[in-house]
Design a protein around this ligand. Sequence first.
Ligand code: BTN
Length: 260
Amino acid sequence: MNDPLVNQTLVRPGARIGHTVIVKQETGSTNDDARELAESGADHGVVVIAERQKRGRGRKGRTWHSPPGRNLAFSVVLRLGLPAGDTGLVTIGAGVAVASALAELCNIPARIKWPNDVRVKGKKLAGILAEADGQNTIDYVVLGVGVNVNIEADEMPDDIREIATSLLIETKNQWPRVLVFKRIMEGLESIFGELESGNYKKVLEGWQGLAEAMGRRVRVETPGPVVTGTVMGIRDDGALRIKNDGGDEEIILAGDVIII
Ligand code: BTN
């Protein structure tokens, strides 16, 4: 499917998210572009989307691979006015919005791996990188989203081919990227609306319903020791709750979860 983003209507006039969409043929990273815009005062809901990123990045400094013309790579400036401690919840909310948008639109069993990897049957479909700024309240959050839409397995780098998937691979159909993009925008607008009105419970319950590791035994590789135990859920701030093998609860703020 030849659907260049530059020729299409991506904006959502009057919406809170996506009212302004800056389309780039090539950039370093849309997260850097959105951060620059936020630093110069861009409003809540401004989006930067790129056909190609030269330095697309994922969590923990990993590279994010996305060939032009196939996928979605965009970043949203968020000004939610939440306390700094709630950045984790923005991340969680984004995972819920992206996973449910893709599950509903494409009729696939998309699930979330904590904190917010979107996966189908254990393979990664979309990644989210939230970068916050601000001291006591969050001044802004840059929310970067990468979705594998029409990429074939043989276009993926060797090291991710076995662990990644796309909407095309899962459904055997090509998906118009604009349709997927707009559906995600709607989802983000709705979930962040809930956060803005203090309805954190809705976000936490949404995550719980989509979490692939709920109640499962996992190994969590944290910046500190490895924690092994059973996933109990998430705390109100988005931190992961694990019952460790000694029966105690451990709270994980950052790490990689592996179902064992
Ligand atoms: C991850 O799963 O590690 C997060 C991947 C996030 C990728 C997106 S693509 C758009 C935005 N720009 C970036 O450089 N990264 C995010």
